[in-house]
Write a protein that binds this ligand. Structure first.
Ligand code: 5GP
Length: 114
């Protein structure tokens, strides 16, 4: 857990541009944005990957999507559209092992993703 970068952001040990917070969820701008709006939405609980999700985490994961919907609306991308994606392990490109939803918006997004 000590190597969990996002726990350090939750604890304010590392600065971040925070756009949303409640008791369970934190969201902040990605340091290397891939779209005009690129926000990372994380649970405050330490969960490494989707593979570590337990049945009792179902509501918590739902709260990540609820936050995505609220942030998209607040930043004006809800109507045009946006993407949420969660990478799992190395083949998908996960580099930070604390689950996070990427919220990408503000431009046309190609499909399929790379
Ligand atoms: P992953 O590749 O694990 O799905 O996504 C990790 C994301 O975290 C990347 O998009 C990367 O730019 C972002 N990131 C890595 N370190 C930091 C940091 O210290 N602060 C912020 N705000 N984003 C970070």
């Amino acid at each position: 857990m000590s190597d969990d970068l996002f726990l350090k952001i939750i604890a304010r040990e590392i600065p971040a541009d925070i756009v949303y917070e409640n008791d369970d969820v934190l969201a902040f701008r990605d340091v290397n944005p891939q779209a005009p709006l690129h926000v990372l939405i994380i649970p405050k609980a330490h969960i490494r990957t989707i593979n570590d999700m337990r049945a009792e985490d179902t509501e918590l994961f739902g709260k990540l999507f609820l936050a995505a919907s609220e942030i998209a609306a607040e930043h004006g991308v809800a109507k045009d559209g946006y993407r949420v994606v969660m990478n799992c392990n190395s083949a998908a490109g996960q580099t930070v092992f604390h689950v996070h939803l990427h919220l990408l918006g503000g431009r046309e997004l190609g499909w399929p993703p790379g």
